[in-house]
Design a protein around this ligand. Structure first.
Ligand code: ZN
Length: 170
């Protein structure tokens, strides 16, 4: 299972750039236009939402990027990129984690004519990284890997039979 958040694409009223106005006082990353606080309010939980989905995905799948990810809107797009870079970071284990994330965003994606997105995604990644460190996300273990502690004492023959029989009880 993966978590998508339904956030309508936010478009700058001046330049029509897509972005996530995730904090009060944020400006359009493309044209620097000021954004109305009333617009921002709807997106104020965006960072927390992404972090929550990361936590859930890691618990469920052992990584942030779920097997399949449908990119239906800008929020999906941002979520998908964050999953990929944080997964890569945990695999590589760089000394300077934040720098590593920034380098990935700088060099590993083709931003085409959406260069403003690069800075925007870097800002979002930094915000996420702060929470990631606070909550020790790198220590999250997938439920799949949390096995019950094995019984030290082997089952007796009778216990084995009883266990087999129990399965047939209503
Ligand atoms: Zn703009």
């Amino acid at each position: 299972m993966s978590v998508h958040y339904r956030k309508q694409n936010y478009e700058c009223s001046k330049c029509q750039a897509f972005f996530l106005p995730y904090k009060i006082g944020i400006k359009c990353p493309n044209c620097d236009a000021s954004i109305d606080e009333i617009d921002t309010r709807e997106y104020i939980d965006v960072i927390k939402s992404i972090v929550d989905s990361m936590e859930l995905h890691k618990l469920q799948h052992g990584r942030y990027f779920p097997g399949a990810w449908y990119t239906g809107d800008f929020m999906d797009h941002v979520q998908g990129m964050m999953y990929q870079i944080f997964d890569a970071m945990e695999k590589v284990k760089p000394d300077d984690e934040e720098k590593y994330l920034m380098d990935l965003l700088e060099n590993k994606f083709d931003w085409g004519n959406q260069l403003y997105s690069k800075k925007h995604l870097k800002d979002i990644a930094s915000e996420i990284y702060k929470i990631y460190k606070d909550k020790n996300f790198d220590e999250i273990k997938s439920r799949e890997f949390i096995k019950p502690i094995p019984q030290r004492k082997p089952l007796t023959k009778w216990e084995k039979i009883k266990k087999w029989f129990d399965k047939f009880l209503p």
